[in-house]
Design a binder for this molecule. Structure first.
Ligand code: GUN
Length: 285
């Protein structure tokens, strides 16, 4: 399993760091409110940190907290030398300005790669971002490790969010794919996807991508995670993807399931970005 390979290599490096300089990477997570899905994501991230030897710290703020409270939590972690990565779990409650919050985040600790300077450096040819956002990096890692050639291929990204769609389209271009972005106002999306060699779907619309949207033999990466009520599940919900799996599995050559496809690789990328950040800040090679 690809996420396990990445995790075990991070664990090896964390233990080498501890042996050589007596320090381990530290990740801080700021969580505002109690969204059901965010709580699961944060829980998974913290558990994964623990399993590879990365120290983690969570600041839980109430849904109605002020922007100043979020800023103060961030400033504290920005200054703390035992913290090498900081992430603010998104989305934030509506009354908080996401842009203003991300502006405060120390660029060198922005392991999600959401700071505008990181995103700008990802977009500009000839510049290198300090961090590549975890989900896009995970999608490309899945393609590369599965032996899929990206260069010259037609790739379609469904969705243009700051977290997934936008950075995924930029990253696929860096890997020399010909990229088309589909969004809510796109006409005939199924015609565009049916010509693509690689489809990455991050729309958040359950079962939107049907079997006839896919070119036979295409690679399909489903990043969608929409909650649907299911009383038989522990949390009362389960997550379903953007792609109608039962149909697409008969057409695509490779397809990632939800849950269990991209999610674990996203978490592995967060661990890897946190390790890289600690190495850079501690000057450890
Ligand atoms: N919300 C959904 N995905 C992510 C992610 O990768 N990072 C953060 N911070 N929030 C998210």
């Amino acid at each position: 399993m690809i996420s396990m390979e990445i995790r075990s290599s991070v664990a090896g490096e964390v233990s080498r760091m501890k042996k050589c300089i007596g320090k381990v990477p530290g990740l801080a997570v700021i969580m505002v409110g109690q969204r059901w899905d965010s709580q699961i994501y944060v829980r998974n991230k913290i558990k994964a940190c623990h399993e590879v030897g990365i120290k983690s710290f969570v600041t839980d703020l109430p849904t109605d907290c002020t922007e100043a409270e979020v800023h103060n939590a961030l400033l504290r972690f920005n200054k703390d030398p035992s913290i090498h990565g900081i992430l603010v779990q998104l989305p934030l409650p509506q009354h908080l300005d996401e842009g203003k919050v991300l502006d405060v985040l120390c660029l060198e600790k922005d392991v999600d790669g959401f700071h505008p300077l990181n995103m700008g450096n990802l977009a500009i040819i000839g510049r290198e971002p300090l961090f590549i956002p975890c989900t896009p990096k995970g999608c490309v890692e899945l393609l590369i490790r599965s032996g899929v050639e990206i260069m010259g291929k037609k790739a379609v990204v469904i969705g243009r969010s700051n977290i997934v769609g936008l950075p995924t389209s930029l990253l696929l271009q860096r890997h020399h794919a010909t990229v088309t972005v589909i969004h809510a106002f796109t006409e005939n999306p199924e015609q565009i996807t049916s010509e693509a060699d690689i489809v990455v779907s991050a729309a958040g619309v359950p079962n939107m991508v049907r079997g006839n949207w896919i070119k036979p033999g295409a690679i399909v990466i489903d990043v969608g995670t929409s909650p649907v009520e299911d009383s038989s599940c522990e949390d009362g919900y389960r997550l379903i993807g953007d792609v109608c799996y039962e149909e697409a599995v008969n057409v695509a050559s490779v397809i990632t399931p939800v849950p269990g496809g991209v999610g674990p690789v996203t978490v592995a990328m967060l661990l890897s970005n946190t390790l890289d950040s600690a190495k850079r800040l501690l000057d450890f090679t």
